[in-house]
Design a protein around this ligand. Structure first.
Ligand code: SF4
Length: 338
């Protein structure tokens, strides 16, 4: 019988596994705490549970934690890790240390099937979904796991094309019995799959960010295939109308490409689209994939956009580029470490 991977199970599910042996929910909590908070890989080393349970657990399950197979460090200290799961799927994780916040950027799929032309992951193609355990393992098995304060689902893959596993991973990241990270510090990024956004907003308390690219439907549709099925106006309406819980933040990620989506026309349309909402705008520099001749908007242009949005009452910031020299920046992940 194949052993169950404990990483990826909730405390209730661990309890279901050990209940037939007469063990209690508090034993399940100890196991979950040991795996998710301490990264215990040897089940005989789980503290505070009877010896009999340790041996029973070992015969039934594995911890399900595994280290990255290689890494690359950027001149700005960002580190990109390559993970490989038991099926041989490759996927990358980026660790971004900063003064007060240290972010793990995790993948949700090996590759991606959305095919956005400005993204290297899109051209890598789709190789498979990651399980909740494989998503969580990208945080727990980092060498700096104990320093991680924030988790963003912005690595390889479209998170809401693998919603069940992503929501389960969010549950484990934020649960007291799990990694106990505040939902305020966990952000899921999507290209805008409307029915999945509804599900996510109803069931999960983590932050949501929408990759916009252009405020114009025709322009966005030429780049983001899902626009033709789920127009951005409708998606933003759902985000605007959803009652904002204190802890949740909604935002729009706007990758800025010189001459393409950084004109006055785009700025005006962006203001109109977000007028009167609490949705924040993150302006992101463009990192051209190899062979792409487009350039990022200049720092000045990005700051101008930020200023104009803020003056019109829309919260906005310019995101600093990290890890571009090791292809770890936005849109450049494609298992290039292998
Ligand atoms: S931008 Fe996101 S959704 Fe589009 S191909 Fe890249 S990873 Fe997939």
């Amino acid at each position: 019988m194949e052993k169950v991977s404990l990483c990826g199970l909730s405390a209730d599910e661990i309890h279901d596994l050990i209940k037939p042996g007469g063990f209690s929910y508090s034993h399940a909590l100890k196991i979950a705490n040991s795996i998710y908070k301490k990264g215990t890989t040897d089940l005989l080393m789980v503290p505070g549970i009877p010896k009999k349970l340790k041996h029973e657990l070992e015969s039934l399950a594995i911890a399900g934690l595994f280290k990255p197979v290689s890494s690359l460090k950027s001149s700005d200290n960002t580190i990109k890790y390559l993970f490989r799961n038991s099926k041989g799927l490759n996927y990358e994780t980026v660790y971004i240390p900063d003064k007060k916040r240290n972010t793990a950027c995790v993948s949700t799929q090996s590759g991606c099937r959305m095919g956005c032309p400005f993204c290297v992951t899109g051209s890598y193609g789709f190789h498979g979904d990651l399980t909740a355990g494989e998503i969580i393992n990208q945080v727990i098995s980092l060498p700096d796991a104990d320093k991680v304060t924030h988790v963003v689902f912005m690595g390889m893959g479209e998170p809401l094309d693998n919603t069940d596993n992503v929501m389960k991973a969010c549950e484990i990241l934020t649960a007291e019995w799990g990694m106990a990270i505040s939902p305020r510090n966990v952000t899921v990024s999507t290209i805008g799959i409307e029915p999945e956004i509804r599900r996510f907003l109803e069931k999960c308390e983590c932050n949501l960010t929408l990759s916009l690219f252009s405020p114009f439907t025709e322009e966005r549709g030429a780049v983001v295939a899902v626009e033709n099925r789920y127009p951005v106006n409708k998606v933003l309406q759902i985000m605007k109308e959803h009652p904002l819980k204190k802890r949740r933040r909604m935002s729009v990620a706007y990758i800025m490409i010189s001459g393409l989506n950084d004109t006055e026309r785009h700025l005006d349309a962006l203001k109109k689209l977000l007028d009167g909402s609490d949705i924040r705008v993150n302006l992101i520099p463009f990192h051209p994939p190899p062979g792409d001749k487009h350039l990022s908007s200049s720092e000045e242009r990005m700051q101008y956009f930020r200023h104009e949005l803020v003056v019109s009452g829309i919260s906005a910031s310019v995101r600093r580029s990290r890890g571009a020299d090791i292809s770890a920046a936005c849109g450049l992940l494609a298992s290039g470490l292998a």
